[in-house]
Ligand binder design. Structure first.
Ligand code: GLU
Length: 305
């Protein structure tokens, strides 16, 4: 495995050139585009890493399946499914169009921004600060990393520029599909997106899902099986933006990407994979990261299909 990961990084680093670092959140635009790292946890808990695996980056949309898990634990699935649907959209992650045309006016799934904002509104806590603290503590607990922090500069940058998300939140509120105060819910959403990790944390959570919620180190059942199925189904059908169908064909594992450059993959009973490569393709997926997943899937026969 270690040899394979070294080769994957070496063979794919040149693809970083073909992508572009996200700059619609200005702070993300400062990231070097040639970075590329990978971490893999197998389900026995062995860790393999190569490239820029020590580089920190923000979760961005990879926070969506994680916060969805916490929302399910807080509320149960009936309440969550009242707010978000179960279908992929085929639209970009920040598209607003279906909120008006879909007759229930609720987001079609929790992996697009509108759906994720609704889910952030479901996290229990008396204030945005408490909700954010609960999300951060949840991620620290499930990764066994008490050092995880919010990148304040990325949070402030998105707070200043996140008007598309703001407009979606107001739209949802107008249709009665967002419980609570728009600014407060967006504060929680922007902060969850700004939590800083390395590829190792993504691999750990991926492996946790690969073991259907059973912790690698303690053996504790941290997520119920049903919720693992829900989260992984969303990752498989909508996790890679409007490139999810192509990813299913070329890679074939549940995965979630973020505009910070991360991709978190989970292969049932085999492994969790975390890749970081901030140069993105036009849909928002890591350009070199996609190639790494494709080659790894072929090499290790990872496709679940
Ligand atoms: N914070 C980002 C946004 O809301 C997340 C987008 C992403 O990673 O897809 O635009």
């Amino acid at each position: 495995m270690q040899k394979l990961l070294n080769e994957l990084i070496e063979n794919n680093r040149s693809y970083c050139e073909h992508g572009k670092v996200a700059n619609y959140i200005p702070e993300l635009g400062k990231t070097r585009k040639d970075l590329l790292g990978i971490s893999v946890y197998d389900i026995e808990g062995n860790l393999f890493q190569a490239g820029d695996f020590e580089h920190k980056f923000t979760l961005q949309s990879i926070s969506k399946p994680i916060v969805l898990m916490l929302a399910l634990l807080d509320n149960g699935e009936d309440i969550v499914f009242e707010k978000v649907g179960k279908e992929p959209t085929g639209d970009p992650f920040n598209s607003i169009v279906r909120l008006e045309t879909f007759n229930e006016h609720k987001p079609l799934n929790p992996m697009i921004n509108a759906g994720a904002i609704s889910v952030s509104g479901l996290i229990h806590g008396a204030s945005p600060a408490e909700k954010t603290r609960r999300i951060l503590e949840f991620i620290r607990k499930i990764t066994h990393n008490d050092g995880l922090q919010i990148n304040e500069a990325v949070f402030q940058s998105e707070l200043k520029t996140g008007d598309r998300n703001r407009s979606m939140a107001y739209f949802l509120k107008d249709f009665g599909n967002l419980g609570g105060n728009v600014d407060e819910i967006l504060e929680v959403y922007f902060k969850q997106c700004s939590i800083e990790v390395t590829s190792k944390e993504l691999a750990y959570i991926g492996a946790l899902l690969a073991r259907n919620g059973k912790d690698l180190l303690t053996g504790e059942q941290v997520f119920p099986l049903r919720y693992c199925h829900i989260v992984k189904s969303y990752m498989a059908t909508c996790g890679m933006y409007d490139g999810s169908g192509e990813f299913a064909i070329n890679v074939g594992v549940p995965a979630k990407s973020g505009v910070g450059g991360g991709i978190m993959g989970t292969v049932l009973n085999r492994m969790g994979i975390g890749v970081f490569g901030p140069a993105l393709d036009q849909k928002g997926n890591s350009f070199a990261g996609l190639r790494i997943f494709e080659q790894m899937s072929e090499e290790l026969s990872l496709s679940i299909y």
